[in-house]
Write a protein that binds this ligand. Structure first.
Ligand SMILES: [Zn+2]
Length: 72
């Protein structure tokens, strides 16, 4: 399962999460997935490409996501 390193758009803390194809609706890319930051507990939307790499992120919960991932 791919592990991703990134930064929370709310608190800028480093976050680590695991993601797999089942976590996204692959009908369109970049595909949204919801990420909950371990530090600030806030949810944001991360958009990933077909290699599950983060393309960009939004502070709010955007539509189209099918799963929420907790960070480690
Ligand atoms: Zn945070």
């Amino acid at each position: 399962m791919p592990i991703r390193f990134n930064f929370c758009p709310h608190c800028s803390e480093k976050i680590i999460f695991e993601i797999e194809m089942d976590d996204i609706d692959s009908k369109q890319y970049p595909a949204p997935v919801y990420i909950v930051c371990k530090s600030c507990k806030k949810l944001s939307t991360f958009y990933v490409d077909s290699f599950l790499r983060v393309s960009y992120k939004e502070l709010e919960k955007k539509s189209g996501g099918i799963r929420t991932i907790q960070t480690k």
